[in-house]
Design a protein around this ligand. Structure first.
Ligand code: NAD
Length: 264
C-alpha cells in the first residue's frame, strides 16, 4: 500500500492537534504518498496546525470557519491558487454546546439545535459544493460520524440527531456526485479521547464500556481510523459510496453486555 496515494491531492478539514482523528487520517494518507492541504478554525489553532502540516511536508494551511459561507469560499479560492484539481476531501468537523451534551435531549434549545446542524451537517454539503468543482478526475470524500446516530448513547443528545442527518446527507451526496465519479462515505468511529470528545459527559465511562464489550475488547485509535480512511479515499474503495463504515472494534454488532465484562 506504500504509494497508493502517489499523485493524489487532498484537503484535510478538522485538524486541531495531534489527538485529532484528522491527524490519524492525514498521517495514513501522507505515508501512502498523498499531497495534503489543511484548513483550521481560528488563529489559536494555526500555531498547532502549521507544525503538524510541516511534519507531513505540507505548507498549504488555510483558515476556514465552516459556519460562514464566505470563509468556505475563501478556503477554496486559496486552494485553487495552489492546485488546479483536487482528488479527496476529509471533513472531520463537529460542534455543539457542551452544556447540552449532558442531561436530556428533550431540553435541547432551538439555537443550539440549529448551530449543531449547521456546523456538523450542512458544512459537509457546503464544502462538497465547492470541492465538486475542483474534482476534475472524479474524487472521494469522507466525513466522520458516531454510533449515537443509530442508537441512543448517553449524553450524545442533539449530536446524535445531527450525525443521523449527516449519514443521510452522505447518501444523497453519493447519488448527486456519483455521476461525476465522486464517491462520498462516512466512517463511524468508536469513542476516542480528543478535544471534541472531552465535551461529552461521562466520556471515560463510555470508553470503558466500549473496551469491555466490543468484540475486539479494546478501543480504536486514530491510526485504526486512518487506515480505513485510506481504503475509502484511495482506489481500494473504488466500488464503495454512500456507505457508513464502522471502525469501532465491532461494537455496533453487539446486542448485550459481554459475559466476561467487569461490572461498572
Ligand atoms: P477534534 O476536537 O480534534 O476535532 C474537531 C474539529 O472540528 C476541530 O479541529 C475544530 O476546530 C473543528 N471545528 C469545530 N467547529 C468548527 C467550525 N465552525 N469551523 C471549522 N472547524 C470547526 O475532535 P475529533 O474527535 O477528532 O472530531 C473529528 C470528527 O470526528 C467530529 O465530526 C466528531 O464528531 C467525529 N467523531 C469523533 C469521535 C470521538 O470519539 N472522538 C467518534 C466518532 C466521530
Amino acid at each position: 500500500q506504500s504509494e497508493i496515494m502517489a499523485g493524489k491531492r487532498g484537503l484535510i478539514m478538522g485538524l486541531a492537534n495531534d489527538k485529532s482523528i484528522a491527524w490519524g487520517i492525514a498521517r495514513a494518507l501522507s505515508e501512502a504518498g498523498a499531497e495534503l492541504a489543511f484548513s483550521y478554525q481560528g488563529d489559536a489553532l494555526k500555531k498547532r496546525v502549521d507544525p503538524l502540516a510541516a511534519q507531513l511536508g505540507s505548507d498549504i494551511v488555510l483558515p476556514c470557519d465552516v459556519s460562514d459561507e464566505a470563509s468556505i469560499d475563501s478556503l477554496f479560492d486559496g486552494l485553487k491558487q495552489r492546485w488546479d484539481s483536487l482528488d479527496f476531501v476529509v471533513h472531520a468537523i463537529g460542534f455543539s454546546d457542551k452544556n447540552e451534551l449532558r442531561g436530556r435531549y428533550v431540553d435541547t434549545s432551538r439555537d443550539n439545535f440549529l448551530m449543531t446542524m449547521d456546523i456538523s451537517v450542512y458544512s459537509f454539503t457546503s464544502v462538497m459544493q465547492r470541492a465538486e468543482k475542483m474534482m476534475n478526475n472524479g474524487g472521494s470524500a469522507l466525513t466522520m460520524t458516531y454510533y449515537g446516530a443509530e442508537r441512543i448513547m448517553p449524553h450524545y443528545n442533539v449530536m446524535g440527531v445531527a450525525k443521523a442527518a449527516l449519514e443521510s446527507s452522505v447518501r444523497y451526496l453519493a447519488e448527486d456526485l456519483g455521476k461525476d465519479g465522486i464517491r462520498v462515505n462516512a466512517i463511524s468511529a468508536g469513542p476516542i479521547k480528543t478535544l471534541a470528545a472531552s465535551g461529552i459527559g461521562d466520556f471515560r465511562y463510555i470508553m470503558k464500556w466500549n473496551e469491555y464489550n466490543s468484540p475486539l475488547r479494546r478501543n480504536v485509535t486514530i491510526d485504526d481510523v486512518g487506515k480505513s480512511a485510506l481504503y475509502l479515499l484511495s482506489d481500494l474503495g473504488s466500488g464503495v459510496t454512500g456507505e457508513t463504515h464502522h471502525v469501532d472494534a465491532g461494537y455496533h454488532v453487539v446486542g448485550m453486555k459481554a459475559v466476561d465484562a467487569p461490572d461498572m
